[in-house]
Design a protein. Sequence first.
Lengths: 545, 451
Amino acid sequence: MKRIAAYIVPVALFAASCTKQPQASQQTTDTATTTTETAPITFDANTAFGPNKIVELQNPQSNKVIIKLMFKNGSMSDPKGKEGLTYTTAQMIANSGTKNMTITQIKDKIYPWAAGYGAGTDKEVTTFTFVVHRDFLNDFYPIVRGLMLEPAFAEDDFKRVISNQQNFVDQVIRASSDEEYSKKALEDLLFRGTNYQHVVEGTSASVKNITLEDVKNHWRNAFTRNNVMIGVAGNYSADFLNKLKADVAQLSEVTPKIPAAGQPNKPNGVQVEIIKKNDALGSAIFTGTPMPVTRSADDFAALMVANSFLGEHRKSYGKLYDKIRTTRSMNYGDYSYIEWYDNGGSFQLPNPGVPRTSNYFALWIRPVQIGEGLKQQYPELKDITVGHAHFALRLAMREVDNLIKNGMTQAEFELTRKFLRSYMKLYAQTEEKQLGFMMDSRFYGREDYLKEMYQLLANLTVDQVNQAVKKYWDIQNMFVTIVTDDSEAEPLKQALLSNTPSPMSYSNLVKEGLPKEVLAEDDIIANYKLNVKDVKIVDSKDTFK
Amino acid sequence: MKNKIVALLLLLLFAVSMVMAQGTQKDKILPYPIHQKQLPNGLNVVTVPYNSPGIAAFYIVVRAGSREEVEKGKTGFAHFFEHMMFRGTDKYSKEAYGDIMKEMGAAANANTSIDRTVYHMTGNADMLDKMFEIEADRFQNLKYSVHDFKTEAGAVKGEYTKNSASPYQQLYEKLVSTAFTKHTYAHTTMGFFEDVVDMPNQYDYSLTFFDRFYRPEYTTIVVVGDVTPDKVNTLAQQYFGNWKPGSYKPNIATEPKQTATRYAHVPQQGFPPYLTLAFKGPAFSDKGKDLPALSILSTILFSQNSELYRKLVVQEQKARFIGGGPQFSRDPNLISFSASVVNANDLQYVKDEMMRVLNDAKTKPIDAKKIEETKTRIKYSFAMSMDSPDAIANSLAQYIWLSGNPESINNMYAVFDTITAKDLMDAAKKYISPATLTVGTIAPAEKSPVK
């Protein structure tokens, strides 16, 4: 655990999250429209949490023990004006001590054991993960217990935690990875006005309002015996489990009031926000549209197949990757998503701990070249006015459109399904990941999501996949966010607004060898009409306010 | 995919914890026996059976990375070549290769770093035969068109573009090109941007590159999981047995001795100030005491329960984070210590404090108990991390690229166990000096605000 987080200090490691909490108004309401015309199977995730909700994965062969406490309380239950409070609270558990031990004393004590723990907050759940070698479980456990039942919440630790959090929302989020930035900006747009809008760490204005008193109250009212799920894996005894259960039962008795998850706004046509910043080398693009299906619904299996075919994460097999990267050499990769994928730039396989009830379909187009850059690199492109973003967006949306219209063939379906049934087994290669995926399964009302999907995939037909795509995907109405250089913003805006043809500006080196079919397809893509209704340019410093 | 340069900056920091380790199999850190067999053509085959029903990790380590990029204008080529390895053969076009990979449902990819390129595939152990077949085919018979070559170069430029947004990446690039003047560690694995832009013009050189390095003597196969050494060795002989060895040996310039402090600065508004102190360090050896001593010393001085962390991060709150350690690499590389600083005005203070503890370490012996605790920590950290075929294969791969021999992992740990307080002082005296220091900074000021 830990590692990279150290750099960008407040990056949450073990993300997870859920909802609830008293103050956060009872919502459902301020979430503009939802897409749902049909009612796919939904599940009340709250019922997966509370007394005696436990996931066990005992393994006498293991040399360690992993404990996860997942609370159905995430950033969506942050009080208005104090966005980021759930994250702060979780960080204070992980970075302050207990009544009997300061954080420094704890670090000293667990140092030789290499034991570790951390907190992850997502929109709907917060998860605490503790890992220790079996040799030290008995010594380590009192610390776990102390952190949960008698946290220190020390003033000095709060100063440090909140300073790091403020630093993250003020600076780091805008200046580290344009890809992550455009992804967070997309959520800001999709969920604007709802409790799902703000990034988990809060906003520049809201973090300033969070006090230590807020943290203490939030812990008492929102992290309780009534909204916790216990997970334990590895080499532990029945006695240990009983002790853990008995201690968790001593968490606050409050029954948290859980707001409903904010629903995505329905875009009116294609609505674009271009975020301009200095000295960006490329245009980083994310686009998404509401989709009311989650792992709870059996339809999810059908969408998994279509999604994998279109744009499996970090794989070259997807259509988007094949056409944008492999064939046209435009960027580093292009993928599609039917659920939140945490920190996709750093992970090839998904991590558990980020289950969500509010969902959308998304495309990730990694940074493509901007006009200024292409002009400098290739004399033959000296007259272009805009870079590759417009063409890439057209290409990606057209691919989705084609899939909606034409569907997958039987052969494509068979191959993709076969891939997924094998590939999904790799999601849970370690005990910790197995435990995490099992806990997420319960959130979605499933016993074991990976096993159940394996079976659902087996029963699936290509027609079901093609119908699901028609039913749930929509390219006429999408939100798009593009983080780009300030030189690119205005020309790109004008091109998008007027649906100007965007012929692909290849260097001569690449152009001379391209097959005719590719060039012919390029002509179609360059003139493919996007249903653009609105394009705004936002200065980077004005985002996430 | 297929590329993904390992973020060296992070490696610098985590090398420490990854590297040491140990387990329980008698005195060896790795609790599982390592089976090795060298084929007559020089290809080394390593098997570690591990209880992971139905799953195997199949890794191929090529000991060629950006270190081997000795010619001017060719930086970034090892990484670019890694991309080309996915462009097909006569037998399996890139589309056919993709279909097979998809059908196997394996998690497969590759990455390149300073000393090596690693190709990996984790999936169904029953598919081992197929894994061997397709990998052996592309390693021996890779064939791509000039057009495919030029096209792939755009993806590399895209990779550079996505990385470039990070000021940490910018600092890393500047830091290594300042600290090294002759040795190839002066450029990152990604390469210089102008070389990346020029890559489409280097088709002929790519054939040379393949001819030089994609040879059995540069390569080790590692298989971990639900497999037996007999099976693995048989498949290796069957599919790689006819692979012809080469004869190329790169002439990598020795870095001249540094004699004065150097500075690498990234001016950046609106970003957390950052400081790196990078000293010239030793090359990897699984016998010498220097690297283990420096690793232990770094952990004691800069980990989260160090006195300096307590002072700067917990009490004074002038830094958000401190950490660091020596880079493990084939040739002498950097020992880096970094701090994320709250206020740019404190950069000098934080630097002085870091230098203070490093200088103190030359003369003040460190408490024996602390050293023992650190060794224990290293041991348990490693033991707990060896929890999947992938994790084990990754660890072995690291020692294979460092020394050519996976047993180095066990040898190295044996050395860790012998480190004393005097060894720590000796290492500090030998390596901590302003003469070999490069100071890296990210701050709003135009020039480095640190002396």
